[in-house]
Design a protein around this ligand. Structure first.
Ligand code: 5AD
Ligand code: SF4
Length: 400
């Protein structure tokens, strides 16, 4: 989501003649897009801002734009500690970025606008990100996203198709649909399944993926849609959060351990690989609750699981609960990570010797339809899809 937002902001800056660089010393503008989902992410963003103070002092006319979820959460008050910030563009205002830039008037007379080397749309990348929903209305008890990104809304299909067609004509082969609860999509009765069914009809589209679905919106229509087209990714990133029904209830996730298991089984039965997110040490998580998460991992062979220690976020209901001891969190995270390593190694080993269609993202790296990252021993054209045999596994990379 942040990568897509950064690209959208960059498009605006390009229209003003800016050219993108990853080299800070060459830059006139630093665009800092931030995350606040956990405290750690916000800290990283703020410590980077601290370092930028020096960069800004080195040359006059340099501009710092502080954008995204941490910017939304901290608001204008952040300027007290970081007066070097010129423009704040909170997550709720990304679509309003043009106005924010214009209102700042900073670009009227800054060197930054004098770029002669107009940024040409280099999005001949094989994969393009397209937002289909913004915000989230789920209000899981631990999560700050609904507060910093606002209520969920679905983007009209016409706008989505226009975006997709632009990306495809710029050379993209694969589209990744984005939303906090992407499969909750519904615009005047057009739900996520119907949207997917229309997207796969686009002739120049090779593949479509989506991030991140919520388990409660997985239904029969969706499973049938997934099975109906070889253009739809056979991988789903389906956040579990906990394997204990009690903790899931406390988290307000809207499903039980059994519901999740049943949906995972349905997905596996049509050849879908599953990865997930898990939070350890939610304040009400007891030792038996944690065991419930571990035993669920014996029943579902996740290809990957991103595991996080619970991080209290001010303003969320869970932040009012007494947190568990940090030692417990660390211990549970260690145990979980070990278990995931085994589960994921198993999933990778299953790929050995199989034939896979690999969509090349660079000359020698691509993805299977099941979203495994592949390195090829020969070079191919970016954007091409090739049938390859998996002959080795190196950590989380398949060698073909
Ligand atoms: N603490 C820890 N992890 C969190 N996540 C969201 N909020 C928190 C929090 N307060 C995790 C969830 C989510 C992922 C993006 O981040 O697992 O799926
Ligand atoms: Fe946060 Fe829950 Fe919304 Fe995901 S579904 S963004 S965890 S509130």
């Amino acid at each position: 989501m942040n990568a897509a937002d950064s690209a959208e902001m960059m498009l605006n800056l390009s229209a003003r003649g800016c050219v993108q660089t990853q080299e800070l010393s060459l830059a006139d503008i630093a665009l800092v897009n931030t995350c606040t989902v956990r405290d750690h992410a916000e800290h990283k963003a703020l410590s980077f801002l601290g370092r930028l103070a020096k960069w800004k002092a080195e040359k006059t006319g340099r501009i710092i734009i502080f954008a995204g979820c941490a910017a939304e959460r901290l608001g204008a008050g952040v300027r007290r500690k970081f007066p070097q910030i010129d423009i704040i563009a909170g997550a709720k205002n990304i679509e309003n970025f043009t106005n924010i830039i214009e209102k700042s008037r900073l670009f009227d007379n800054s060197g930054a606008t004098r770029g002669t080397d107009r940024h040409t749309d280099k999005s001949s990348d094989a994969v393009a990100l397209v937002n289909i929903m913004r915000g989230c209305s789920c209000k899981c008890s631990y999560c700050i996203v609904p507060y910093v990104r606002g209520e969920a809304y679905s983007i009209p299909p016409e706008d989505i198709f226009k975006r997709i067609e632009d990306k495809l004509s710029a050379g993209a082969k694969e589209i990744v649909l984005l939303g906090q609860t992407v499969n909750e999509y519904n615009y005047k009765g057009k739900n996520f399944s119907k949207l997917l069914q229309d997207i796969v009809k686009l002739p120049s589209l090779a593949r479509v993926r989506y991030i991140s679905p919520h388990p409660i919106f997985i239904n029969d229509e969706f499973i049938q849609t997934l099975s109906s087209s070889q253009k739809i990714s056979k991988h789903i990133h389906l956040p579990l959060q906990s394997g204990s029904t009690k903790v899931l209830t406390d988290m307000k996730r809207g499903y039980t351990r059994e519901d999740f298991l049943q949906k995972a089984k349905m997905l596996s039965s049509v050849g879908i690989e599953i990865s997930t997110d898990i939070i350890v040490g939610y304040p009400t998580e007891t030792e038996p609750d944690f065991k419930d998460t571990l035993t669920l991992l014996d029943k579902i062979n996740f290809t990957a699981a991103y595991c996080f220690k619970f991080s209290p976020r001010a303003g969320t209901p869970a932040a009012l609960l007494t947190p568990l001891d940090e030692k417990i969190l660390e211990n549970r995270l260690d145990i979980l990570l070990n278990k995931i390593k085994q589960s994921s190694a198993l999933a990778y080993a299953r790929q050995l010797g199989t034939m896979q269609s690999v969509l090349m993202e660079t000359a020698s790296n691509g993805r299977t339809l099941t979203n495994f990252w592949v390195r090829t021993t020969r070079n191919y054209n970016k954007g091409e899809t090739i049938e390859l045999k998996i002959k080795d596994v190196k950590d989380t990379i398949l060698i073909a």
